[in-house]
Write a protein that binds this ligand. Structure first.
Ligand code: BGP
Length: 473
């Protein structure tokens, strides 16, 4: 039932689109950039690495011109930590600063608001070799890196994101290469890293307040509604537990500065609680963000666990549920269709997620990722221009935007929507043939071709959405 006083999207709504440095830039070792863990991660056979990607590093001017034509009000991208600090700390790489200076200026020339992620899976390899997030010195390195980028770009960048999908780095350590399987207890180590990342995030939020008092900053986890497989009370309990472990652990800490009780109990049962040093909880307190950003692709469904399932280990994909024997087990939602990669498509779940987050935290929301990966095909349109007839992507985004609008009418405060991705880029695990962009990049997994850019059908559709403030979907 809709509210008759129906609220509209705000007039300054940030229609945008997203990318991340390691997936779009390429030039992975150019102009002094150091390697990050994800640059060096193993790739599934048959899919490309992140060395060239969409070559955005060399073509960002051409790309931003297209973003302006698309009508983007904001562009969410990440700064590569190792372009600024090749070994994570120490001497600043001036060429890295110059690149982002120029990219930000180019965006502003077109009136596009830069929305900057500080850290998107790409921990400097040099820091990883010194223990990565398991080493508390990485917290200081992250704060120094944040201070440097705030100082250099803070006169022009008003919106900052701390860490992209910290929850996925912990829950899918195997898929994202964050888990060190050689350790005796890799999960305990991961939750210690998690604690350090939470400390790093809290300090960076406070630092931002101090050095950029008019800027806004928030976390960017992946948050989705969790359904119970049935109305069986133990399925509901399982969903409640999983939601605490997957979603609320991260946001309760970011907003309230405390560990979620249900998630903490789970960690105790598993023996995975992190060591909390004296002073940590004071650091974590009073660091509430200005807004919550979140990524949403699919909802998830879980059932009660018999406690006897064989641990599934990992799925190789950060969007598929991995069960926790004794707590919950992954279940298929038969009401939902799946995409080509087995992800359930659930626009109504998106609305429920928006409502749940807003209801819990009462902070403005921005969607920093949402979209459909597919094997697009370049074809000629009626005028003979090369394009992609990606009606499936249009349908997906249309349904999600409709649900976001309904959530807004119900009172949820959403100030932006940034689909993944602005332009084709390399998927985290599935190469560049799995495409998400509004702009096609002409390359294959191993044949770089000419990397030319072509507007997809969804480009023209999203242009219309933006220009009509989503009145025409
Ligand atoms: C999110 C990541 C993005 C992107 C996206 C799509 O988890 O934040 O970086 O990779 O998922 O996933 P994939 O590339 O696996 O299709």
């Amino acid at each position: 039932m809709l509210n008759p006083k129906s609220r509209q999207l705000t007039p300054h709504f940030l229609w945008g689109a997203s990318t991340s440095a390691y997936q779009v830039e390429g030039a992975w070792d150019k102009d002094g950039k150091g390697p990050s863990v994800i640059d060096l991660a193993n790739h599934t056979e048959g899919v490309t690495d992140f060395k060239v990607c969409s070559d955005h590093y060399h073509r960002y001017k051409e790309d931003i011109k297209l973003f302006a034509e698309l009508g983007l009000k904001t562009y969410r991208f990440s700064i590569s930590w190792t372009r600024i600090y090749p070994t994570g700390r120490g001497d600043i790489n001036k060429a890295g600063i110059a690149f982002y200076d120029s990219l930000i200026n180019e965006l502003l020339n077109y009136g596009i608001e830069p929305f900057v992620t500080l850290y998107h899976f790409d921990l400097p390899q040099a820091l990883a070799e010194q223990g990565g997030w398991g080493n508390r010195e990485t917290i200081d390195a992250f704060i120094e890196y944040a201070r440097t980028v705030f100082n250099h770009f803070g006169d022009r960048v008003k919106f900052w994101l701390t860490i992209n999908e910290q929850n996925m780095m912990i829950l899918h350590g195997n898929a994202l290469g964050t888990q060190d399987t050689s350790l005796a207890d890799p999960m305990k180590a991961l939750y210690q890293e998690n604690h350090h990342m939470l400390l790093a995030q809290a300090q960076v939020v406070k630092l931002c307040r101090q050095v950029l008092p008019t800027a806004k900053i928030g976390p960017a986890p992946n948050i989705v509604s969790i359904y119970p497989a049935s109305s069986h009370p133990e399925d509901i309990l399982a969903a409640n537990t999983y939601s605490a472990i997957r979603n609320w652990l991260y946001l309760d800490m970011a907003v309230f500065g405390r560990y979620n009780t249900i998630a903490w109990n789970f960690l105790e049962c598993r023996g995975w609680t992190p060591t909390i040093e004296k002073g940590d909880m004071e650091i974590l307190a009073n660091a509430a963000p200005d807004f919550i950003a979140f990524n949403y692709y699919t909802s998830q469904t879980v059932a009660r666990s018999s406690g006897e399932e064989v641990e599934k280990g990992h799925t190789g994909d950060q969007h598929l549920t991995v069960g926790e024997s004794g707590f919950y087990t992954a279940s298929r939602n038969t009401h939902l269709k799946v995409n080509e990669f087995g992800w359930e498509v659930d626009p109504v779940g998106f609305r429920t997620t928006l409502r749940e987050i807003y209801d819990r935290y009462q902070l403005p929301l921005i969607v920093t990722e949402n979209g459909l990966g597919a094997f697009d095909e370049l074809v000629k349109d009626e005028q003979g221009n090369l394009t992609v007839e990606d009606n499936y992507r249009i349908d997906f985004l249309r349904q999600h935007i409709e649900q976001m609008r309904l959530a807004t009418e119900e009172g949820v405060e959403v100030f932006g929507f940034c689909p993944w991705s602005a332009i084709d880029l390399v998927s985290t695990h599935q190469g560049c043939s799995k495409r998400y962009g509004f702009i096609y990049v002409n390359r294959d997994e191993f044949d770089l071709k000419d990397l030319a850019r072509y507007r997809k059908k969804s480009f023209y559709w999203y242009q219309q959405v933006i220009s009509t403030e989503a009145k025409e979907l």
